[in-house]
Design a binder for this molecule. Structure first.
Ligand code: MN
Length: 398
């Protein structure tokens, strides 16, 4: 996996978070492994915030930050003989090199550490767990945070939830992060532009998806940031279409919502193409979305709120619906989400945007009855003077 970060990045991230929380003991857990079948786990995916603060990709490790002393400690799980033999022993020297943390304790010492901190007057802080079953997605959350909370509750019944402070820290991208995101966007863009040249030769969405992955990998990325959407014809009107296996017919639109992954970061780009010459209706709907998209892009700047922009986009869309003679409706998705370690990244979605935020801008018009779906999605970086479009090189046209 691409990793261009050294321990300075993670040390700085801990300091940036600690700066928002004086006199606290912040306890953050790694994810635990999850069962896939019988004795086989799913491929491990680290908790994004734990990774952001440590760079460590091991399960079951706990990070403790004492913001008063400015000191971090890693609590390591006690591995059994099976884990040592099959997965390899945890290498402290390696962990220290990645994270910049040189203080280690065993996981079983958490209670003692919490008691000591409480006696010293420190506030105990955690990233609160999500519900066991996360709605509306219908999946189960990783239980690591819940298990940690149960341990913390033995010493502190009401730990402070610092998810917002964490989100605000992650929202402001550092130069190393922007560089990786830009690399992912460039690889995504080159791949999309190349596929578009040949689009009339593709007979099935699956072939297009296969060649997209090949291009992503050939160009030096780690594959997909998220499950790609390759949706032709009526499928393009399903916002999170994932089957990607339908026959592509002539005179249909193809909606590609994809992103290459570089290390823990990636891109999220949508383009809508036509196979052959578009019909007048397809072109009109496309032009309407492009117009709304360009208007929206021009408004991004420090101080604006996403709520305001959602309203602005809905107003712009209303005008286009009238011209297209379709009933008025709200954009079914948020116009923007932050982009970072998570595709839908942590950030403060309510407060005015700050310099260093990286966001998608993704208006669309979805007409299932007509078999037409159009989305155009670009990535912006909020700068002192407005916004820089990181994906401006990618062909936007139908
Ligand atoms: Mn998106």
């Amino acid at each position: 996996m691409i990793n261009s970060f050294n321990s300075k990045f993670f040390t700085k991230n801990r300091e940036r978070l600690a700066g928002k929380l004086p006199d606290c003991l912040i306890v953050v857990t790694a994810n635990c492994m999850m069962q896939k079948s019988a004795d086989e786990p799913y491929q491990f995916r680290q908790d994004s915030s734990f990774w952001y603060l440590t760079g460590i990709n091991e399960p079951d490790v706990v990070l403790v930050i004492d913001t008063k002393e400015g000191e971090s400690t890693l609590l390591l799980p006690e591995q059994n003989q099976y884990q040592k033999e099959w997965d390899g022993e945890i290498d402290k020297i390696h962990l220290k090199k990645i994270s910049g943390i040189d203080k280690f304790e065993t996981r079983t010492n958490l209670e003692v550490i919490l008691k000591r901190a409480k006696n010293a007057g420190l506030q105990i802080c955690q990233l609160s767990p999500m519900p066991d079953r996360v709605e509306p997605y219908g999946f189960m959350s990783n239980p690591a945070r819940k298990l940690l909370e149960q341990e913390i509750n033995k010493i502190e019944s009401k730990p402070k939830d610092v998810r917002l402070e964490m989100a605000k820290t992650r929202q402001i991208k550092q130069s190393e992060e922007i560089e990786l995101i830009q690399k992912a966007i460039d690889i995504t863009g080159e791949s999309l532009d190349e596929l578009k040249q040949n689009i009339q030769n593709y007979k099935n969405e699956a072939e297009l998806q296969r060649d997209l992955l090949i291009k992503f990998l050939e160009k030096g990325s780690d594959g997909h940031m998220f499950d790609p959407i390759v949706a032709s014809g009526k499928n393009s009107a399903t916002i999170h279409y994932k089957q990607n296996n339908a026959t592509i017919k002539k005179n249909e639109l193809i909606l590609m919502d994809v992103g290459a992954k570089t290390g823990m970061y990636g891109a999220d780009i949508s383009r809508t193409w036509s196979v052959g010459d578009p019909t007048k209706r397809q072109k009109d709907v496309f032009d309407a979305v492009l117009k709304v998209h360009k208007n929206s892009l021009s408004r991004y700047k420090p101080g604006m709120t996403l709520k305001e922009e959602q309203d602005n986009v809905n107003k712009d869309l209303s005008k286009e619906y009238k011209k297209l003679k379709i009933s008025d409706r709200q954009l079914p998705n948020g116009i923007s989400h932050f982009l970072g370690v998570d595709t839908h990244d942590a950030g403060d979605y309510r407060s005015p945007l700050e310099i260093g935020s990286v966001l998608t801008v993704e208006p669309g018009i979805y007409l299932p009855d007509e078999g037409i779906g159009v989305r155009i999605e670009d990535i912006v970086l909020i700068t002192k003077n407005g916004a820089q479009i990181l994906s401006s090189k990618i062909d936007q046209n139908l």
